[in-house]
Design a protein around this ligand. Sequence first.
Ligand code: ADP
Ligand code: MG
Length: 312
Amino acid sequence: MSQVAVVAVGGNSLIKDSKHQTVPDQFAATVESSKHIAGMIQHGWDVVLTHGNGPQVGFILRRSELSIHELHAVPLDYCGADTQGAIGYMFQMALGNEFRRRGIPKQAATVITQTLVDKNDPAFQNPSKPIGSFMDRETAQSHREKENWSVIEDAGRGWRRVVPSPLPQKIIERDAIQALIKAGFVVVCSGGGGIPVIEQEGELIGVEAVIDKDYAASILARTVGADLFLISTAVEKVALNYNKPNQQWLDHMTLAEAKQYQAEGHFHKGSMGPKIQAIIWYLEGGGKQAIITNPENIERALLGETGTRITQ
Ligand code: ADP
Ligand code: MG
C-alpha cells in the first residue's frame, strides 16, 4: 500500500512574481511544480493536491468591475468554482504531460470542492478579508447601500470590500475524493480552500466569503487520513525570529514546540501563522508528519535533507 500525501501548494506555484501573472506564465509555473509532484509519485506517494486562488479570484473580480456597465457581476462562490476549474485544468495538463514523459501510468482529476462553514461562525459578524480593487469613498458607500457590501478604509490607501473568512468544517465531496484516491487518481481538490457553503433548511447555499486554503488543506489531510501533510510555499524552511538578526532556520519541530513558537509570535499572522496552525490541527487529529518547504526542494525534503519537519 502506498502512502497518501496531501500537498498544499502556495501562490508561488502558480505566480512566480508580479511580472509573471499571465495565463501562459501561470501554466509555466504549474509545469515546474508538476515535476516535483511527479517526483514524489515516483517515490511511492499517492498525492492529493490542493492550491490557493487569491490572485486569480482578484483578476476575475477586476474583469467583472471593469465590465459592469455591460455584464452581470460575478458572485464570489462562482469565482471560487471558476478558479478551481481553471487551475485544476492547468494541473491536469501539466501533470498528465509529466506523467507521460516519465512513464507514470497515472491520471490527474480535479474535484470542484464545496467546503461547509458554520452559518453562525463569528467571522460572519466580522468580515476581515479584503478582496477586489481599491475604491473611493463614494463608490464604497454606494456598494454598501445597494449590494450590502462590508467596506473598510485601508490605511489611507482607499476603500476596499471585506468578506468573512469562516473556519472550514467539512468537505462536502469527501466521498468522491476518497474514491478517486483509492482508484489511483492524483486528485486536485479543495482549491482556494474550497467554495464556502452553509447549510440552511437542509440545503447547501454558496456564500460571499473566503476560506483560508491552509486551514482547508488541514481538514483535507485529516479527512483522507493523510500519512504526510506537505505545505509548499516560498521558503525552504521555517524560521524562528524570521527576518531578524537572530533568525534561526528550523529542521524539525515537535507538535508541542510548534504550539509554543506559535504562541510566542514567531509566525506572521497572514502568512506562516495559518500554515503552522493547519499543521497543529492535523497532528492533533492524529496526523503523523508534516513538512514545510519550497517547490524546488520537495524531493530533497522527503529524503530529510532540507525543509522543516513537524512531528508528534
Ligand atoms: P503562500 O502563498 O504559500 O500561502 P504566504 O506568503 O502566505 O505564502 O506564506 C509564506 C511566507 O511566510 C514566506 O514566504 C515568508 O515570507 C513568510 N514567513 C512569515 N513568518 C515566517 C517564518 N517564521 N519562517 C519562514 N517564513 C515566514
Ligand atoms: Mg498564504
